[in-house]
Design a protein around this ligand. Sequence first.
Ligand SMILES: [Zn+2]
Length: 359
Amino acid sequence: MLWLHVLYSVALACAYKPLSDSFLKAIPDAGVDLDPENGKLLAPILIPRVPGTPGQSIVQKHFIDFFQTELPKWTIEWHNSTAKTPATGNKDIPFGNLAFKREPPWVKPGQSNLLTLVAHYDSKLQPPGFIGATDSAAPCAMLMHVARSIDKYVTQMHDEMAALNEGGSVEMDMGVQILLLDGEEAFVSWTDTDSLYGARALAESWETAMNPAMSKYHNPNRQISIFLLLDLLGSADPSVPSYFPTTHWAYRHLASIESRMRNLTLLESNPRHPFLPDTEGAMYKGMISDDHLPFLARGVPILHVIPSPFPHVWHTMDDDGKHLDMATVRDWTKITTAFALEWLDMMEVWYEPEGAAVP
Ligand SMILES: [Zn+2]
């Protein structure tokens, strides 16, 4: 048993293959779709979207329409809950988390390990009219673009593996899910009970949702290979430290993608320092409360991509579309796309362009 475990670990470690330069160059730019004025992905999210208000439903519909029309192979799961908040008295406020998932077609329930990309979509009740462009409309739009960019490689991988009758061994059964969470913000002021409404409900319900007997993973929380949480992204000059020693190795992969893409002049921004400067693992001292906490408490590995310090616009009326630094938004999107492709081992389906010319 012990030996098997060691062998699996070795196999998993070996499976991680960095994307080649040519693959990095092929990572698509989100272009005008992330434009805050009329970009198809981002603009519809830049409205107040407080849980229990019409904006919440409008944005939920935007996400669902996008996946249904552009990414029909992704499954859509709602996770609904209600809670009372200190601002709304006895009324039950609805919270709707959305999970968009793409698994290999051969897996049984509870069998896949899932790269889990996360952002919250709700906005703060106060100040009135608050938009929350970095918090976290832009990260949601980034993840929509990531899903769209990786989809064709995921399809190709599934088709090729199915044709070869591969799959069904642990490291092959990789899927990806995008969690757009509701109710991250406090309604009055941040406490353990006035914040993280959606994430708390989801982590708790996944912990008790037992996968079928004999599943590789006992519950949906165990299926999360890494919980990559994007938050407060879209202002210029972000500095994201490494928060968790247990996932520092993954942070380093993300940082290495940034530095390689900068060297290949694939990124547009010109920051004073890298977005991900903490490669030596100095580690952030302290704790940032965010949607990862209920999952962290249940042993889920977390990669928290949030700048420290927070952007200047944080929780002010200036956190709107006009104040986004679009070069930074597009660069985060490319870096995250490359990380997802690398994590999902997509070099397996990448054919070097020059290879085609060899007789
Ligand atoms: Zn916030």
